[in-house]
Ligand binder design. Structure first.
Ligand code: PLP
Length: 395
């Protein structure tokens, strides 16, 4: 097992002059995984047609001939599925979580008057997909306001209590975006499904951040990114679908393989660079080398300790229970720093350009909040640097 913290920064291509507390936004790929990706790109360029047309995916009836070997995308999908507690046949690759959410919502047979439930902590880009689909079909989107201060049972109750007679589908985050809460997802899914509501779980942040066991969550669909916390290069999203949902699920972009089965249809999305997804097994090998449990324990403990440390230094409350914390924690900033979106953007840029600290800041309920990402290359010195840089702006 490596020594976590500053010594591991050398394993990532980050600028060592910047304190990077924003791993969650778009991820950072370890050097050894980038090297594996480059080797794959080299292999593609040696014989592009052989690699991309014959070896990458199963032939559809309209293109290609059957081959004995497992297609390269399926080998990678099987490895990712095993890492995330699923069967390879239930998991397909998509560019990112947004693309996966588009596939699910644009395939769903909404009727006029139907309702989609989302929460006020949901990710705007995904909520927009629901808005678009609702407006095309005469359905509506209902936004549930989450109870404050955050608590798992109260959040689950608020979502489930919002179900109405026309609620057909709910979108629930596994780890919420700005607020960085790990929701009790299996409980929420079970209670929604018991009321006949289909559930799309937005797990954009979850793979790598926490242990994910897709089958036991029991959702109808689960979308996620491997490029945030699982160390797979961008762009690498996944879409998992329960077996009984696969026949009516179509990719956001239709290409070859139409109606030839779930994996065939999604594995042939038109020409694109497959190297990010194909690199997933190399990232998984790194997880096993560094220790899955050890990494997740370190990043959780660091996020938790960081939140308590900076909130104590800033004199702000941090009331989120440890059970809702993964490798990120969102902390209130001192009130004099402002309360609006513009204040948030100004502070975010000042911290980067004047103090060399990259961290996302947002405004929520008239308060600025900072989301701290804790990755294996961070340690408490980074957190103290953040604490003092913010304090210096208050005085
Ligand atoms: C909860 C959540 N869902 C979806 C997304 C979108 O991810 P992507 O842009 O990779 O599709 C994000 C990105 O941060 C997110 O936090």
């Amino acid at each position: 097992m490596p020594t976590f913290g500053r010594p591991l920064l050398a394993e990532f291509p980050l600028d060592p002059a910047v304190t990077y507390l924003n791993h969650g936004t778009v991820g950072v790929t370890p050097r050894v995984v980038l090297t594996a990706q480059q080797a794959l790109r080299d292999a593609i360029e040696r014989q592009p047609s052989r690699f991309l047309l014959r070896e990458l995916h199963a032939p559809s009836t309209s293109v290609g001939q059957p081959r004995d070997e497992t297609p390269r995308l399926r080998v990678a999908a099987n490895a990712v599925a095993a890492f995330l507690g699923a069967r390879g046949d239930d998991l397909v690759f998509v560019d990112n979580a947004t693309t996966g959410a588009n596939a699910v919502l644009r395939s769903f047979p909404f009727a006029a008057g139907d309702e989609v439930l989302v929460t006020d902590l949901g990710y705007g880009g995904v909520t927009n997909v629901a808005r678009f689909c609702a407006r095309e079909t005469g359905a509506s989107v209902r936004t549930v306001t989450m109870p404050w201060p955050f608590e798992g049972q109260a959040i689950a109750d608020a979502i489930v209590d919002a179900v109405g007679p026309r609620t057909r589908l709910a979108i629930v985050d596994h780890i919420t975006a700005e607020s960085a809460l790990v929701l009790p997802i299996a409980d929420i899914v079970a209670r929604l499904r018991a009321q006949g509501v289909a559930v799309l779980v937005d797990g954009a942040h979850a793979p790598g951040a926490i242990g994910v066991d897709l089958e036991s969550i029991g959702a109808d669909w689960y979308v996620a990114n491997l490029h945030k916390w699982m160390w797979v290069p961008r762009s690498s999203g996944i879409l998992w679908a329960a077996p009984d949902r696969q026949a009516s699920l179509y990719p956001a972009v239709i290409s070859w393989g139409l109606d030839e089965g779930f994996t065939t249809m999604f594995d042939i999305p038109g020409t694109r660079d497959p190297s990010p997804h194909l690199t997933a097994p190399a990232a998984i090998a790194l997880w096993h080398a560094w220790g899955v449990a050890a990494v997740q324990r370190y990043t959780h403990d660091l996020a938790w300790q960081a939140a308590r440390h900076v909130s104590a230094r800033w004199g702000t409350a941090f009331e989120t229970p440890a059970s809702l914390i993964g490798p990120m924690a969102t902390v209130d900033l001192p009130a004099p720093l402002g309360s609006t979106r513009d204040d948030a953007l100004r502070l975010r840029d000042a911290l980067l350009f004047e103090d060399g600290i990259e961290i996302p800041i947002h405004a929520y309920r008239d308060r600025l909040r900072a989301r701290i990402s804790a990755q294996v290359y961070n340690d408490m010195e980074d957190m103290e640097r953040l604490a003092s840089a913010v304090l210096a702006r208050v005085r």
